[in-house]
Ligand binder design. Structure first.
Ligand code: PNS
Length: 163
């Protein structure tokens, strides 16, 4: 079976990677789809977010990264993807994810599986990591070394007024 882990990944965190790795053990193939949530302002471009994911998932041969444009259910239908996998940290995640799962099911019949985030990463969010980094905090324990370096570079550039 083929699964998809869709998200914004701005940037990918150890919490995302935990879900992707567990999905890679459960399914034959996992597509990590870098999507666009119209409600969000992004720090990294879609290409940058995909490059960070590709770097972080190189060790998992049945995982590949793709860009997601348009509706998730259309993307899944075009690629023969059977299941959407999402991570759940706390109750408020569930409320939103349930709504999206029901909408995606109504549109296409595709199922969504929700995996509880590993307890050690439950407090992580990309939003919080961006905020901490912008204010000069050290985020290296929450992301891969590649991502930490890219955040550092991005923040330094914006402090210089170039981003
Ligand atoms: O990490 P995020 O921001 O929660 O990811 C949200 C994402 C990109 C998975 C979601 O917005 C999405 O599926 N976008 C694709 C467009 C779509 O199908 N929207 C309707 C979802 S019910």
């Amino acid at each position: 079976m083929r699964a998809i882990c869709p998200g914004s990944f701005d940037p990918v965190t150890h919490g995302h990677l935990d879900i992707i790795e567990r999905a890679s053990h459960m399914f034959d193939e996992v597509v990590v789809a870098v999507g666009r949530n119209s409600a969000k302002n992004y720090l990294f471009t879609p290409d940058e977010r995909a490059a960070m994911l590709a770097d972080a998932t190189t060790g998992w041969p049945n995982v590949r990264v793709e860009m997601l444009d348009g509706l998730l259910v259309d993307f899944c239908r075009d690629r023969g993807i059977d299941v959407i996998v999402k991570g759940l940290r706390f109750a408020s995640d569930f409320e939103f994810e349930l709504q999206m799962a029901q909408m995606n099911f109504a549109l296409s019949g595709i199922e969504t599986i929700m995996l509880p985030t590993a307890a050690r990463w439950a407090h992580l969010s990309s939003t919080m990591i961006r905020e901490v980094a912008k204010l000069g905090g050290d985020v290296s324990q929450f992301v891969t070394p590649d991502v930490a370096a890219r955040i550092q570079a991005k923040v330094a550039r914006s402090e210089g007024g170039a981003a």
